[in-house]
Design a protein around this ligand. Structure first.
Ligand code: NDP
Length: 387
């Protein structure tokens, strides 16, 4: 099986590497990373990859040096990432963080590869385009986000037309019980302590603000095609149930598992088979209690904003995601407060909506990228005014 991993040096990338390392039938094609050149080179050597690619041209020399004598090709830059995605592969992991993950995943579909999609931003920004590209080339997209993998698994063998609703769960993050006044003072260090999952910095903060869940609501709509009114999010602090699918007869099928992304990654790697995976088995008696609560839209406005984005459709997802990425950068840089992130995203989307054009249907990668660019500039201008 020929396999490429985009974002190999990240949290999902490392979990993927762990699973690939355990298999003898894997031929690694392309492994890509960003600035963590030493780790990328180590992975490429361990898996004997054909090529290692860093997204940053200024990292080329360091990567070349780290792979000297290995016979592994080296390349750098965003163009090189796309070229690497064009290399024939059976299975491609899309685990770059942010909108930067869209173009390589899109290119991988054009060569008919199965795209294991962790990069939720691809579906949020360009869902209709991505799904159409997969259909056009007979390629398959398999969800890797744990909630979407859970829905996918609960739907196996079912008629999707019989689905009444889908419920994705949210841990509620470290601030689940915080008052709004306290949230206004939340620090970066506090936002980076997720109660259940070990993940990359950006998604961890997005989990604290529920922006991660907002992206996932949109992702659910784009991937499965459900109406927004059919998709719900519920806070479930134990993170044992990842999603539930409700059918017309009232049955609710829940997917449970430990908070270990190697389950969803492994499911996508082995699909349509199941294979033994090195994940902990749940001890239900020890867990004892599963609890659920409704998310609070006042303290966590991200879910409301996601619903507005789903109503607007068109390029609203691209604008929402871009504004969210700038808001996150600004929070990390200490330019805005924790609650300022939602305010910035809302103001950016509202201002682009009043310009017109946001609702135009997504028909080309270029228009998505143009909206991404415009929303970033708009959000950056607002940061300057908010700061
Ligand atoms: P990380 O931040 O841990 O890793 C991101 C990866 O992308 C790294 O390999 C990084 O390289 C690379 N990268 C960063 N910026 C760029 C860029 N501009 N161009 C190309 N490559 C880049 O992220 P995660 O692994 O946490 O998340 C990856 C994706 O998976 C996200 O879309 C996230 O939402 C999604 N996801 C993650 C989950 C998790 O448990 N972590 C769960 C479900 C979904 P380097 O580090 O070398 O600079």
């Amino acid at each position: 099986m020929r396999v490429s991993v985009f974002g190999a040096t990240g949290s999902i990338g490392e979990s993927t590497f762990d699973l690939l390392s355990r298999r003898a039938d894997i031929q690694a094609v392309a492994l890509t990373g960003g600035r963590n050149v030493a780790r990328l080179a180590a992975q490429a050597r361990a898996l004997r990859a054909e090529i290692a690619v860093t997204a940053h041209e200024d990292c080329y020399g360091a990567l070349k040096e780290a792979l000297a004598g290995s016979g592994i090709e080296v390349a750098a830059g965003t163009g090189a990432l796309i070229d690497a995605a064009a290399r024939p592969a059976d299975w491609v992991m899309s685990a770059i963080v942010g909108a930067a993950g869209l173009a390589p995943g899109f290119r991988a579909l054009a060569q008919g590869a199965t795209l294991a999609l962790a990069n939720k931003e691809s579906l949020v920004t360009a869902g209709p385009l991505l799904m159409a590209e997969a259909a056009r080339h007979g390629a398959r997209i398999l969800p890797v986000d744990s909630e979407h993998s859970a829905v996918f698994q609960a739907l196996a063998g079912e008629d999707i037309a019989q689905v009444e609703r889908v419920i994705i769960t949210a841990s509620g993050g470290p601030f689940r019980e915080w008052s709004k006044a306290r949230l206004a003072q939340a620090t970066l260090a506090q936002a980076m302590t997720h109660p259940n999952w070990a993940m990359g910095q950006r998604i961890t903060i997005d989990s604290a603000s529920l922006f991660n869940k907002a992206l996932e609501l949109i992702e659910t709509r784009e991937y499965f095609g459900f109406e927004p009114s059919q998709i719900e999010a519920v806070v479930h602090p134990q993170s044992i149930i990842h999603a539930l699918v409700g059918f017309r007869d009232g049955a609710l099928m829940a997917h449970m598992g430990p908070p270990d992304m190697r389950h969803a990654i492994g499911y996508a790697l082995n699909w349509p088979e199941r294979a033994e995976l090195p994940v902990a088995r749940l001890d239900l008696a020890q867990i004892a209690t599963l609890s659920f609560e409704a998310p609070d839209p006042d303290r966590f406005p991200a879910l409301r904003l996601a619903r507005e984005v789903m109503d607007i459709r068109g390029h609203a997802g691209a604008a929402f995601n871009a504004a969210k990425e700038i808001a996150l950068d600004a929070f990390i840089a200490g330019q805005i407060g924790f609650l300022g992130m939602a305010e910035l995203v809302e103001r950016t989307v509202d201002s682009l909506l009043s310009d017109g054009g946001l609702q135009d249907p997504v028909t080309a990668l270029e228009t998505v990228e143009a909206m991404n660019h415009m929303a970033r500039k708009r959000a950056q201008a607002l940061v300057a005014r908010m700061g």
